[in-house]
Design a binder for this molecule. Structure first.
Ligand code: CP
Ligand code: NVA
Length: 306
């Protein structure tokens, strides 16, 4: 049985298998072909943070696969009142077929997975957001930007950046990360990615200059400067990230056929301009829709590997 907590645990071949499966399932869905690969199964979804895309995509996706999803907010279950993770894991996993968790500390997911009898999926932690990267890579494939890509990530060295580091270092492509000083990625995750890159051939670089990162890039991406749980740092962060907005001037430095990705929610005029977000190079809503298809592919893949 496999869990899906970080792309670090997956080989290049496995990541591509999940994306391929997602693309097939997307076609079946578009053709209105029945695809009840998880008939009668139940997905428990534990949310300790807000969500629009993750909740809707997992819940709708499980239903479309012939199963059922349970939304469990930590405000409603005993986990939020202090019932231990290890007890919750054994109880919930004894009654369901798969569990998705959105939480703060990545170690909570690891502990849950250790005690779970069914696959556990990371629906976002403070460290990683791997299901988003399945959708992002799927979107790159659909746009033909997966061949020798140069990905520029501009912004905070956060869970999204860490997931890009894992994807690039596993698949072996070029990733340039531009963060302000003081907002760099977790050094341990960077070290892991650099080690993996030695085998995969990934070219990973870091800079404090967004222009250097974006020059000639074929994929440009960013994320909010204020992640969930960092609301108290808003004023300081808005000040420290000045100059990191992805606007038309920055996009003009990228390859002329570059696409723009954003996991959403986006803050217009903050990390990205309205014109880039709504512009011709932006594929953000295709990317958001691919959350549905990507996760359906992932859940079917996990079911086949138990
Ligand atoms: N991108 C993403 O995970 O969105 P939600 O927070 O709305 O789930
Ligand atoms: N980095 C953001 C991603 C939201 C999908 C956060 O953690 O809030």
């Amino acid at each position: 049985m496999r869990h899906f907590l970080t792309l670090r645990d997956y080989t290049k071949e496995e990541i591509l298998e999940i994306v391929d499966l997602a693309l097939v399932i997307k076609q079946e869905q578009k053709a209105r072909k029945k695809h009840h690969y998880l008939e009668g199964q139940t997905l428990a979804m534990i949310f300790e943070k807000s969500s629009t895309r993750t909740r809707v995509s997992f819940e709708a996706g499980m239903f479309q696969l012939g199963g059922h999803a349970l939304f469990l907010s930590n405000r409603d279950i005993h986990l939020g009142r202090g019932e231990p993770v290890k007890d919750t894991a054994r109880v919930v996993s004894s009654m369901t077929d798969m569990v998705m968790i959105r939480t703060f500390e990545h170690s909570m997911l690891e502990e849950f997975a250790m005690y779970s009898g069914v696959p556990v999926i990371n629906g976002l932690s403070d460290s990683y957001h791997p299901v988003q990267l399945i959708a992002d890579y799927m979107t790159m494939v659909e746009c033909g930007r997966h061949i020798d890509p140069i990905v520029a990530y501009v912004g905070d060295g956060n869970n999204m950046t860490h997931s890009w580091l894992m994807l690039a270092s596993k698949l072996g492509f070029e990733l340039r990360v531009a963060t302000p000083a003081g907002y760099e990625c977790d050094p341990q995750i960077v070290a892991d990615a650099m080690e993996l890159a030695k085998t995969s051939g990934a070219k990973i670089s870091f800079t404090h200059d967004p222009k250097i990162a974006v020059l000639g890039a074929t994929v440009v991406t960013t994320d909010t400067w204020i992640s969930m749980g960092q609301e108290d740092e808003k004023v300081k962060r808005l000040n420290d990230f000045v100059g990191y907005i992805v606007d038309d001037a920055l996009m003009a430095l990228a390859d002329e056929f570059a696409i723009f990705l954003h996991c959403l929610p986006a803050y217009r005029g903050v990390e990205v301009s309205e014109s880039v977000l709504e512009g011709d190079q932006s594929v953000i809503f295709q990317e958001a829709e691919n959350r549905l298809h990507g996760q359906k592919g992932l859940m079917v893949w996990l079911d086949r590997h138990r």
